[in-house]
Design a protein around this ligand. Structure first.
Ligand code: BGC
Length: 711
């Protein structure tokens, strides 16, 4: 619904004033920005302080004929002043409330400086770790991506943009940007309508239902049509079918990029095509919008685009309160936001394996080695360099007085500075335990940072193997922005803690985990492949007609479901690689903690339901250890027979819960049409009759099945 204020403004605006609302310009110098705003440009990138934001806002409100305030946009991706763990790490927490609170903090910090619009969350389902942007999203799973995306939107927007300290959120990148050919950023995407619906569109559908203010078009093509010119998806599905009434923003130069995409001959053609397809705001790119020829745009489409932009400004309360209180600008983290970030970094860590070497005993003599021992590169690929800093693991460990620390880096990330593997191995002999801090510096993930080799860069694996050769107990701390290939050392490592790029307080959190002050309990949001050649490898794959190792890995037999046809037990003619073990190195959902858990037999409130009914699924979970800890209870659905080949498993629910030592609790989940159904290629949602198996457990490889029949 367009408000009377917006209708009134539209009736007064000249075509050029309307066009001005349809562009966001990058951060030019103040004079340039001020001139553009006076000329009618409706949105700018953040000019980096509350005072500068107010100055630009004043040009708009007091220096233009209609006084329409500007939007001030910025990539506030995982924090503004206090940097939280990267989004992929936040997903690993399996804690949407935490994700919401972190987004809330980011919004309060950013809005205090004048930002009103963030280009976050990224909800591109990502199944190819070669793609560097996996760090910015929530991993391979549709449900986790949808839940975490919505949690971020709630954190930024608080369900009411007129409240203080909110940001208009942008769900990006629409759509299927997460599956570029070869994992190469910006590359083409071609896929079926059913996969688009069930995997890539689904988190966006959820974000639209959560009232996200904006959606950003992606750089890729889908079936040959660049998304900035894709009317079938931008208008057909997003706006018409789903009723999205917020604004669609292009990605940086994405409209102008229609020329190198070779679907537009000139920039003018590109602009015309993009707006006709449903882009409302161009980001950067073409010459100033004010110079475009308004007569080439359909007048109704032009008004629709302008109304969407004005609608966001109105919802943010900018017409009433265009300025921020400069004295209240938050330029440094506070004790509270630091504590929040520290806890978040600990909750995002994933214990990949542990033979009991972790947690470390206090009083031990620790040799800290590897490039991440002293590196302060914990902020991640998208942290902007405004004032955020982090310390190093060495600094954080030295701050403890209950542990003796010796630091010797051994190797640098790329083997260009230090290369003293032998010296470290010798030093290790003097230590009780070695902590090897390795990983991928943040420059190797993020935008335009695809890799074809997913192993640790430089000689880091050599360092791990050299330590293994000493026989001294050791722990690997892995800090990285994507799933890595660890096959060349993993079997030699007694304990491995994945800490990602954990933000401002990552080093302190890592020490909390190493010493057992915090319990690691995150789970992988994305599978770790055995080799880059195995990519994409993800848990929710289809079964194929010739699955490898049906026996043992599938559940059909265990739950007594009779399938027609021969059981596929042939070794040779099955879907696999001759030179790799089956499945990923570590699957989605993998992870453990210092506490241990057992599961009872899950129960459903009714063994048979109609397609429109729901059941309650209950499971008893017991902390079988003598320490408190968190468990991430995961519920997967297996649709035994469907009209199109279903994924072998699909996560439909999860809950992270803290258990006291020895505690038993019953957790319950609602399983209904939303969990059991799927999208058909023609856009209908179906719950098909037949058998379903729910698999419940703390990781995919540790689940207990329960059957449900839909009539
Ligand atoms: C990225 C977007 C980002 C934009 C603005 C682009 O290159 O793809 O995700 O929001 O830049 O910085």
């Amino acid at each position: 619904m367009i408000s009377s204020r917006i209708r009134e403004l539209l009736s007064q605006m000249s075509p050029q004033e309307k066009l001005g609302q349809l562009q966001i310009v990058y951060r030019p110098r103040h004079e340039e920005a001020a001139a553009l705003v006076r000329a009618g440009i409706g949105a700018v990138f953040w000019p980096q302080s509350a005072a500068a934001s107010n100055a630009l806002q004043r040009e708009a409100v007091e220096g233009t004929r209609l006084g329409i305030p500007i939007l001030i946009g910025l990539d506030v991706i995982h924090g503004q002043r206090t940097i939280a763990p990267v989004p992929l790490a936040q997903a690993a927490s399996f804690d949407p409330d935490m994700v919401e609170r972190l987004a809330r903090t980011a919004a309060v910090e950013a809005r205090s400086g004048g930002v009103t619009w963030t280009f976050s969350p990224m909800i591109d389902v990502s199944r190819d770790p070669r793609w560097g942007r996996v760090v910015e999203g929530f991993g391979e799973d549709v449900h986790v991506t949808s839940v975490m995306g919505n949690a971020m939107v709630r954190g930024y927007q608080e369900q009411d943009l007129s409240r203080p300290g909110t940001l208009a959120a942008t769900a990006k990148h629409f759509v299927a940007y997460g599956q570029p050919d070869g994992g190469r950023d910006y590359n083409s995407v071609d896929m079926s309508a059913q996969r688009l619906r069930n995997v890539y569109l689904e988190p966006f559908r959820a974000a639209v239902r959560a009232d996200v203010a904006a959606v950003m078009a992606s750089f890729n093509t889908v079936a040959g049509v660049p998304m900035h010119a894709n009317g079938a998806l931008l208008t057909g599905i997003l706006k018409d079918e789903w009723g999205f009434d917020g604004l669609v923003v292009g990605d940086a130069d994405g409209v102008a990029n229609l020329v190198p995409h070779r679907v537009a001959e000139t920039i003018d053609d590109a602009v015309r095509m993009a707006y006709a397809a449903g882009v409302d705001v161009e980001m950067g790119g073409a010459p100033s919008a004010i110079a475009w020829d308004a007569s080439t745009l359909d007048p109704a489409r032009l008004d629709d685009a302008v109304a969407r932009v004005l609608g966001v400004k109105e919802a943010l309360g900018l017409f009433e309160r265009p300025y921020v209180d400069e004295a209240a600008e938050r330029v440094e983290p506070t004790d509270a936001t630091r504590a929040q970030a520290r806890r978040a970094a600990a909750r995002s860590a994933v214990l990949l394996q542990n033979d009991g070497t972790l947690p470390l005993s206090t009083g031990s003599r620790v040799l800290l080695t590897g490039p991440y021992a002293t590196s302060t590169d914990h902020l991640g690929a998208w942290a902007q360099s405004f004032s955020a800093r982090s310390s190093s693991i060495a600094d954080a460990l030295r701050a403890r007085d209950d542990i003796e620390v010796i630091v010797e880096e051994g190797v640098s990330f790329f083997g260009d500075r230090h290369d003293d593997v032998d010296a470290v191995a010798t030093a290790a002999l003097e230590a009780d335990v070695v902590v090897v801090c390795v990983g991928e510096p943040s420059s190797l993930s993020g935008e335009a940072a695809s890799r074809s080799d997913l192993r640790l860069p430089g000689r880091q694996a050599d360092l791990i193997r050299a330590i293994a050769g000493t026989g001294i107990p050791f722990v690997v701390v892995l800090a990285n922005g994507r799933p890595l290939v660890v096959a060349d050392w993993i079997d030699e490592a007694p304990a491995v803690l994945e800490v990602w790029h954990g933000g401002t307080e990552a080093p302190a959190a890592i020490v909390d985990l190493l010493l057992g002050d915090q319990e690691p309990a995150g789970r992988l949001p994305m599978s770790f492949p055995r080799s880059a050649g195995q990519v994409p490898v993800h848990y929710a794959h289809e079964n194929t007609g010739r699955p490898a190792a049906v026996r043992g890995t599938m559940t059909l037999e265990s739950v007594d479901v009779a399938l027609e046809g021969p059981a596929n037990v042939q070794e040779k003619y099955t879907s696999k690689y001759l030179d790799l073990d089956l499945g990923p190195q570590f699957s989605f959902g993998h992870g453990s903690g210092y506490a241990t858990f057992s599961y009872g037999q899950p129960r459903v409130s009714s063994a048979e339901i109609a397609a429109d009914e729901a059941v309650t699924l209950e499971v008893e979970v017991t902390n079988t250890s003598a320490r408190a800890g968190d468990e991430v209870v995961q519920v997967y659905v297996e649709d035994v027979v469907a009209s199109i080949a279903p994924p072998v498993r699909r996560l439909v629910a999860f809950r992270r819960r803290t258990f006291a030592a020895g505690e038993t609790a019953t957790l319950s989940f609602e399983i209904g049409p939303e969990q059991l159904g799927f999208w058909l290629a023609d856009g209908r949602f179906a719950v098909e009759p037949g058998a379903f198996v729910m698999h419940v457990g703390g990781a995919l490889e540790r689940t207990v099945p329960v059957r449900l029949q839909v009539r």
